[in-house]
Design a protein around this ligand. Structure first.
Ligand code: NAD
Ligand code: MG
Length: 381
């Protein structure tokens, strides 16, 4: 029996993590959940008899909020996440929050030596150097939930890391891949949110349309698998059937294929080293044919270029990338900036940033905060 803390349980990945728990009640148990949507948290607490709940809102003194089962303990505020992530009874901490929100709790879980199943990729992009160093120092294991990284992990199992030549991440191209670049300026949030192959939270869906998501994933892969940025490539693959590939020094390519269903990589992060039956259908290779691959069209995805540039520059540039992207996407979804302003604002923040040390968490946090302010300031101009 594995006992889970699920941070961001009310979101897309968090909800699917609970679906996996529901499919394997004899193997998985939920100790704690946390998120922002109180009604959904209460429903999850009832359904899974969860004893501990974190609500990401300011502390409210007094009685249990309406809807929670008797006996549930509710923790309030930002620090609730850290407390739930370090609870001695939690074996696995699933980080399914989005953006900066999961950073402190991830660090706390790593320092507590947990198995940390990470979906919240921005945390690794911002602070990969600190998180991987702390994981090594405290005996924590970081396992990916992101489908491409789960695929890389599976391709690398049992392999000598010295034999790895390159990592290849596939990209669907997102909601706007077939749209005329001249029309991008007038794209609405509704159009950017219509992803062709995956149903996900709003921030990552917009990140897929700009390909920022793939840029973040290159940095995520760099930190998870300790492979230099120059040896991680992006390949366009519209149907999201091949999730990622590892190219070995002898020329062999190993790929992981499957239906686009996040419950499969979520389950593997929880079941590893075992494989359990999954509710997802098995991939029909014939129906999925032909498999098509292409180079990313040069100049079409400025956010991908910015992410790769920030990754190469290192230091606190990736934290600025994440902070600026989170604010820019939010402003776009609020219809306060245009779709094409997203790379413009991120690029301006990166340009003006005075970099700090990637191994210093205070400098990373300060760079993220600076980028958010800078992005809001530029947007108001
Ligand atoms: P989502 O928006 O659906 O869910 C985010 C969750 O985080 C919600 O439960 C929300 O309440 C919670 N949250 C947000 N801010 C919080 C705060 N300050 N404190 C506590 N909780 C907070 O997002 P998602 O699509 O589930 O994505 C989560 C992460 O997983 C992202 O980093 C995303 O890039 C990554 N990811 C998602 C998918 C997918 O299919 N959805 C696939 C791969 C990777
Ligand atoms: Mg992914």
């Amino acid at each position: 029996m594995r006992t889970l803390t699920i941070l961001g349980s009310t979101g897309s990945i968090g909800g699917q993590t609970l679906d996996v728990v529901a499919a394997h009640p004899e193997r998985l148990r939920v100790l704690a959940i946390a998120g922002r949507n109180r009604e959904r948290l209460a429903a999850q607490a009832r359904r899974f008899a969860v004893p501990l709940v974190g609500i990401a809102a300011d502390a409210q003194a007094g009685a249990l909020p309406a809807g929670f089962p008797d006996g549930t303990r509710v923790l309030w505020g930002h620090q609730a996440l850290e407390r739930l992530a370090t609870h001695p009874a939690a074996d696995v901490v699933v980080v399914a929050t989005v953006g900066r929100a999961g950073l402190d709790a991830t660090l706390a879980a790593v320092r507590a030596g947990k198995r940390v199943a990470i979906a919240n990729k921005e945390v690794l992009v911002m602070a990969g150097a600190v998180i991987t160093a702390e994981a090594a120092a405290h005996g924590a294991t970081i396992v990916p939930i992101d489908s491409e990284h789960s695929a890389l992990w599976q391709c690398l199992l049992g392999e000598d890391r010295g034999g790895v030549g390159a990592l290849l991440l596939t990209a669907s191209g997102g909601a706007l891949r077939d749209c005329d670049p001249a029309t991008l300026e007038g794209i609405t949030p509704e159009e950017a949110l219509r992803h062709p192959t995956w149903v996900m939270g709003p921030k990552i869906t917009v990140d897929c349309a700009t390909l920022m998501n793939k840029g973040l994933e290159v940095l995520e892969a760099h930190w998870l698998f300790d492979v230099p940025m120059e040896r991680i490539r992006v390949v366009m693959h519209p149907s999201s059937v091949v999730h990622a590939l590892v190219q070995f020094r002898d020329g062999t390519l190993k790929a992981q294929l499957g239906v686009p269903d996040m419950k499969v990589p979520i389950q593997f992060a929880l079941s590893y080293p075992e494989r359990w039956t999954a509710a997802a259908p098995t991939l029909d290779l014939v129906a999925a044919s032909p498999l098509v691959f292409a180079e990313p069209p040069p100049g079409r995805y400025p956010c991908l270029d910015l992410a790769l540039q920030a990754g190469r520059q290192g230091g606190t540039y990736p934290a600025v990338l994440c902070g600026a992207d989170e604010v820019a996407v939010q402003l776009f979804l609020q219809r306060r900036i245009r779709f094409t302003d997203i790379p413009r604002l991120i690029g301006a923040a990166l340009e003006r940033h005075v970099p700090g040390d990637e191994r210093d968490i205070e400098q990373i946090i300060a760079a993220d905060a600076w980028a958010r302010d800078e992005c809001r300031r530029q947007a108001a101009v």
